[in-house]
Design a protein around this ligand. Structure first.
Ligand code: IDP
Ligand code: MG
Length: 153
């Protein structure tokens, strides 16, 4: 099963949205393959947001992502990377479509509740960045036959 990396950002923690966001992923039928709380530091964020380090807002983004601990998750499912990106919505929460996590829960471009991997290649890199192999579990929930047709899994 494909995997993706999700971070419940400090905006989700501070605003009490952890349960609501995780519930959405579970109701969709995604499998939680790994989950833990951690405090991010500058080193891991410079790696994770390497594509943004030269941007003027990067110092503010760093501070925002270190404001509280975060919850990191590995979600598993068929085409899970694109499914979760679609559920997440556009980067700017004010533009994100209603029905998406950012569109329903946020008002900010920076304080946008969740991170989600943007490609299967990056998902594999990001899962390895935040999780030890022993912290990610491959299992088939009893709900699988009601979630997928046999030829989908
Ligand atoms: P994504 O999270 O939708 O993949 P990226 O472009 O990868 O968007 O940016 C990573 C994160 O950096 C965003 O989720 C957001 O928190 C922050 N960010 C991106 N662009 C801006 C901006 O123009 N102003 C402030 N923060 C931004
Ligand atoms: Mg991104």
């Amino acid at each position: 099963m494909e995997q993706t990396l999700v971070i419940l950002k400090p905006s989700a923690i501070s605003r009490g949205l952890v349960g609501d966001v995780i519930t959405r992923f579970q109701r969709k039928g995604l499998i939680i393959a790994g989950i833990k709380m951690m405090q991010l530091d500058e080193a891991i964020l410079r790696e994770h947001y390497a594509h943004l380090v030269e941007r003027p807002f990067f110092p503010t983004l760093l501070k925002s992502m270190m404001a509280t601990p975060v919850i990191v998750m590995v979600l598993a499912g068929k085409d899970v990377v694109s499914v979760v990106r679609a559920m997440t919505g556009a980067t700017n929460s004010r533009v994100a479509a209603p029905g998406t996590i950012r569109g329903d829960f946020g008002m900010s471009g920076q304080e946008n509740i969740v991170h989600a991997s943007d490609s299967p290649e990056n998902a594999a890199i990001e899962v390895a960045r935040f999780f030890l192999p022993t912290e990610v579990f491959g299992y088939n929930p009893i709900t699988m036959p009601a979630t997928y047709a046999p030829d989908e899994i």
